[in-house]
Design a protein around this ligand. Structure first.
Ligand code: GDP
Length: 531
């Protein structure tokens, strides 16, 4: 994260674009609802789910999403809180969709890590954290479910420090836990925040105190708990690092807030923390030069494509993160990959839970651009300059299967469907050099099912997946004649991805090692930058 940068225009400086990372069940959905509640986006918590359901029945292809309770499609939501504009980008919850998640995280400036106070750092949290670490994303932590039996506070903090190798500084300190949970002591502002158990949709009073020794403490906290609180806070101040905002921005330290999302407790404090310590829109890596948010001209990049949000129209929505400038509806932007102008006449802002037409947006915002397939993941849009945003990789799939249409006459339809999903980033599709048919590659096994049901639903085409003779795929890079020579000598193993790039398929790691020895000019790569 950069420092010593010029002050951003106020509209940009007030933006906070982030994602929530967590293990399933830790409380991400509940917390999101409460964010929206405080963001004034909805009247009552609980409506996100209700609205989500309605939207699903309207536009969602996936019965599975409902059946299994997993969220297959990511979306973005914007809401205001105090002087800030929050853009919350939803990360797919299931561990099978790691590539999608990774790309989502390229579109945010920070992540909120939600952990369950009884369970601590769980596997999925750890994985997602590591993805954030690759980009040194700042992380703010919310320890949820303190109204249940939770672990000892020091133990939770230790576990985060140990498992994730990050400094943890308490922004608040819980008072009691489970049935005895009263609220938190705000370590940053020396305030007492009490939880109101009666009304889940509002927070209780906040009492301002002159530090821990304020005699009014005793009016609110029973003696034993008060003594424990004083001891623990003193110990925490001695043993744990103090909040260092710069270290937070660099991703080396995470402040932790304790609370109970379902009781709306601690949520506002967390939101204030995101405003205060979370980063402004950051510089975007691109070639041949970086893009700074304060630049007058608009630039943005596609980090997600979602097809068939409305099955009646074969349209797609490309989710674009604005990297710079002030965007206004109707603008003509240059689609850098094809060098063609594109009039952005009907962009969508994801205000609250519903789609709305965007009139304007600023660096940091996420807009949706309906299109017919011109926009692909990794594409850059500018006001004319040939800039290419970098750092949006595609990963080699870990599972490969052949796919066939139930009706052989429909092979062309199948090809069309597969290309669409390849462009969406939902799967890798390889066309073997020899023979017919396609090989589909995914990262998690569940994706085959998702694909199968989508092809059937959206294209009316039942398909069959079968085991492939291959288990690994590598992109082939190198000078043109070296690649050509390699291709000719290994035809049985060669296929082409949807961009026409050469891919080597095999079932043996040994093959990969051998090629690296035998063809020094050729490199086999497990990732490729999306074009
Ligand atoms: P997600 O899978 O991370 O989106 O988790 P949800 O928000 O759906 O929450 C999982 C379960 O935990 C639900 O039954 C919630 O009602 C419950 N839950 C969420 N927050 C709290 C909390 O603060 N306290 C308690 N006791 N339960 C909570």
């Amino acid at each position: 994260m950069s420092t010593n940068r010029p002050a951003l225009p106020a509209e940009i400086a007030r933006r906070r674009t982030f994602a929530i990372i967590s293990h399933p069940d830790a409380g991400k959905t509940t917390l999101t609802e409460k964010f929206l509640l405080y963001g004034g986006a909805i009247q009552m918590a609980g409506q996100v789910r209700a609205k989500g359901e309605a939207r699903r029945t309207r536009s969602d292809f996936m019965q599975m999403e409902k059946d299994r309770g997993i969220s297959v499609s990511a979306s973005a939501m914007s809401f205001d809180f105090k002087n800030f504009r929050f853009n919350l980008v939803d990360t797919p919850g299931h561990s099978d969709f790691s590539e999608d998640t990774y790309r989502t995280l390229t579109a945010v400036d920070a992540a909120v890590m939600v952990i369950d106070g009884a369970k601590g750092v769980e596997s999925q949290t750890q994985k997602l954290f590591e993805v954030c670490r690759l980009r040194d994303l700042p992380i703010l932590t919310f320890c949820n479910k303190m109204d249940r039996e939770a672990r000892d506070t020091f133990e939770i903090i230790d576990e985060i420090q140990e498992n994730l190798a990050i400094d943890v500084t308490p922004a608040s300190w819980p008072i009691g836990m489970g049935r005895d949970f009263l609220g938190c002591y705000d370590m940053l502002n020396d305030r007492l925040e009490l939880m109101d158990r009666a009304d889940r949709n509002k927070v209780a009073e906040t009492i301002s105190l002159e530090g821990l020794d304020d005699p009014r403490m005793a009016d609110h906290i029973p003696p034993a708990l008060l003594e424990q609180l004083r001891e623990e806070v003193e110990m925490a101040r001695e043993l744990l690092p103090a909040l260092d905002p710069q270290s937070v921005l660099e991703g080396h330290m995470t402040p932790i807030w304790f609370g109970s999302a379902i009781n709306s407790f601690g949520v506002q404090e967390l939101m204030k923390g995101i405003g205060q310590y979370g980063p402004e829109p950051q510089i975007q890596k691109a070639s041949p030069r970086e893009i700074a948010p304060e630049e007058k001209k608009v630039a943005g990049f596609v980090f997600k494509v979602q097809a068939n949000m409305d099955p009646k129209h074969r349209d797609r929505v490309a989710f674009v993160r604005l990297a710079s400038g002030h965007f206004e509806r109707g603008m003509k932007l240059t689609h850098v990959r094809t060098k063609k102008p594109m009039a952005i006449s009907n962009p969508v802002l994801f205000l609250a839970a519903d789609r709305e037409l965007a009139e304007e947006a600023w660096a940091g915002d996420i807009i949706g651009i309906p299109n017919h397939g011109q926009l692909r993941i990794g594409d850059t849009l500018t006001e004319g300059e040939m800039l290419k945003v970098s750092g949006i990789p595609s990963f080699a799939p870990e599972l490969l299967q052949t796919v066939r249409a139930g009706d052989p006459m429909k092979a062309k339809h199948l090809e069309k469907a597969l290309m669409q999903f390849a462009e969406e980033g939902a799967a890798k599709v390889f066309k073997p050099m020899i023979g017919s048919g396609f090989i589909v590659g995914v990262v998690g096994a569940l994706q085959f099912e998702v694909l199968g049901s989508r092809i059937e639903l959206e294209y009316g085409l039942p398909v069959r997946f079968d085991a492939s003779q291959f288990t690994s795929a590598r992109w082939v890079h190198g000078p043109r004649d070296a690649v050509e020579k390699f291709t000719q000598a290994n035809k049985q193993h060669i296929s082409y991805d949807h961009d026409g790039d050469v891919v080597y398929l095999t079932r043996l790691q040994w093959d990969i090692d051998r090629i690296e020895r035998d063809y020094p000019d050729v490199t086999l790569s497990a990732t490729k930058e999306m074009m």
